[in-house]
Design a protein around this ligand. Structure first.
Ligand SMILES: NC(=O)c1ccc[n+]([C@@H]2O[C@H](COP(=O)([O-])OP(=O)(O)OC[C@H]3O[C@@H](n4cnc5c(N)ncnc54)[C@H](O)[C@@H]3O)[C@@H](O)[C@H]2O)c1
Ligand SMILES: [Mg+2]
Length: 352
């Protein structure tokens, strides 16, 4: 063995036997389950299942919060048997993550009518009674879930929706087949592989140095304002999308940009929200609202925004006919963006 080979061998040996961190081990395990149907089938034996009906997750109520119950494979087989369904239906489930102890987590929709005959929709009220919970629209429940459940159920819903909408090959028109984990679909006649899609969306909090710009769409709950958001067009960088969206929606030109954070967002389909702080020139702040996109937009002072952050909507109309101005709840990235701006303004106004 040459000196070079000896060093390479030792390096390889060290690499294989080095203790991997829990995070790396978990990531590699999930990768294996996505690539290998047999490994995924084995993981289902000891895994936990989250149930959905027509894309609404099964939830149980506990002290002003919703909990997402998990079911074992055995419980699921028993449930399907009770409703005259074949256990083969479990193959429709999708992998959504795993615990640090490598317990794999799956999601299964019992209400979607699949192209295969084994997957007829199961009756919702009877299932709810049997499962001692309710299937609740994710949009209504999201902000009353723990951060972990919200993230898991958002991923699950996005993935289940994508599979439901991509059962046929867009080239051949033939049925596509999902791999067991649900990380892709294959058309057996053209060999085209389809992967779950995510739409990039920018969300921008515009500031003129002392105030920030917030807007409303008519579809928002009454009184709620948020930062400006918009889908990326094909061919654009995210920076270009920020500039275009701000110009399109409020008629202002962005001067500088600063990246804040990103978030998966399951509505309306599956978006990757990419959040930015932006500034406009102090002298160029006159808003021209694009009424085809927004109901209204306005500048708000630090004090107004800091006060609104403390309010928890949604609100109903008050006796004088007004609704208090409030902001999206904690789990939404717009909240994080606005909170960060408020904190930055507070610290920059403090004496050094
Ligand atoms: N998580 C948060 O904090 C947060 C806050 C605000 C908005 N959002 C999300 O951001 C998204 C985008 O905001 P917006 O509605 O102002 O976007 P927008 O300003 O781009 O306007 C929406 C319009 O864009 C078009 N469009 C282009 N590409 C699209 C695509 N891939 N999917 C759907 N429509 C597309 C449609 O005509 C649609 O009506 C919304 O879906 C909203 O749920 C999330
Ligand atoms: Mg918009």
């Amino acid at each position: 063995m040459s000196l070079y080979c000896g060093i390479a061998f030792k390096r390889k040996f060290f690499w294989c036997y080095r203790l991997l961190s829990t995070y790396v081990t978990k990531t590699r395990y999930l990768f294996e389950l996505k690539e290998d149907d047999d490994a995924c089938k084995k993981a289902q034996q000891t895994g936990a299942f989250y149930l959905f009906h027509g894309l609404a997750p099964l939830l149980q109520t506990s002290a002003h919060q919703y909990l997402a119950p998990q079911h074992s494979l055995l419980e699921l087989e028993r449930l399907l048997g009770k409703f005259g369904q074949d256990a083969q239906r479990i193959e429709d489930s999708v992998l959504i993550g795993c615990s640090e102890q490598q317990e794999a987590w799956f999601a299964l929709d019992l209400g979607l009518d699949n192209s295969s005959s084994i997957s007829a929709s199961l009756p919702k009220p009877e299932m709810e009674t049997e499962l001692k919970g309710s299937f609740i629209e994710l949009r209504k429940a999201l902000f009353q879930l723990s951060a972990k459940d919200a993230s898991l159920l958002s991923t699950a819903q996005a993935l289940l929706r994508w599979h439901d909408a991509h059962q046929f090959c867009s080239r051949s028109g033939q049925p596509t087949k999902k791999n067991l984990a649900g990380s892709k679909r294959l058309c057996p006649s053209t060999n085209i592989i389809y992967y779950p899609q995510v739409a990039p969306v920018v969300i921008t909090l515009v500031s003129d140095g002392t105030r920030c710009l917030l807007a409303r769409q008519s579809s928002f709950p009454k009184g709620m304002y948020s930062a400006l958001a918009g889908f990326c067009d094909i061919g654009e960088s995210v920076e270009e999308t920020v500039r275009r969206e701000v110009a399109e929606e409020v008629g202002l030109e962005v001067e500088s940009l600063q990246y804040c954070a990103s978030q998966h967002w399951p509505f309306p389909n599956s978006s990757l929200m990419i959040a930015y702080h932006a500034t406009v020139k102090p002298g160029q702040t006159e808003i021209q609202v694009n009424l085809r996109e927004l109901e209204t937009a306005a500048w708000f002072s630090h004090h107004e925004v800091a006060t609104a952050l403390k309010r928890k909507g949604p609100y109903t109309q008050q006796q004088n006919g007004t609704v208090p101005f409030w902001l999206p709840p904690k789990l939404a990235i717009s909240h994080q963006l606005i909170k960060e701006w408020v904190e930055k303004q507070t610290s920059s106004s403090l004496p050094a």
